[in-house]
Design a protein around this ligand. Sequence first.
Ligand SMILES: [Ca+2]
Length: 258
Amino acid sequence: MPSLDEPIEYFHAGLEHGNWQSEFDRLQQGVGPPDCVTTVQQDRVKAGKYAVRLELTNPGGGDFYRRLELHKFHPIGQVLPTFNKDEVFLSGWVYVPITFKLKVADNQIGWWSTNSIREINADTHQPKLQIRERIAGPDYEQDLVMQSRRTGTCKGNLDYETSDVQIPLGQWNYIVMYFKRNKPNPTGIIKGWLNHRKTLDTPDASWVYGCQDTYRIEWKLYTNIGQYPNWVVWDEMRATDIYPETEDRKNDELLEVS
Ligand SMILES: [Ca+2]
């Protein structure tokens, strides 16, 4: 049953100070404008006056040209403070424009990372959620679904669980990622929800390193090489102890959270 309790907020970013620096610890932006552009703007918001727009104008230019990541709990030049909860829900509203599309590149299916948890002392070990093409091919460039990493690191040994629920374009979407670590074993659970519908449930996730004491949490637009220029807008990003409900939920499709 859905919980009606108020969540404890470990973190909340609504951008209402008009800048991302007041709420996030770091922006991972390999190159600056005009290739990677982060704008706290008023043109398109989910709540309040501001939201943050992430745009990659030249994602074919290399790794630093296709990476915009808002980090919490990882200040530049410091290891601490970091985040250490064994169980957390990462959520946020993301506007995906009607023009958004991915394409096959580098012998991979097109993908875009939305949320991840990155362990500080081995930064390639990151349980995460992604959006990807349902099937590789030009007919599926806008047929996008969610997936979660089941095993592996950034390189090799990768395995994903993939939803079959299509991501609506041209609207705000509410994305929730649940992550539980089974310390001291390098295993855990990942779940994902799209607009309050549970689309992913990975009870047997494992990572090469999965149980360091600290990690950072991220909301982003990071894609694989050779992609089209793309942008999204994020608003109302949270880390909470229980599933974060929204006021405009219209039905009870939310499944069990435990
Ligand atoms: Ca806002």
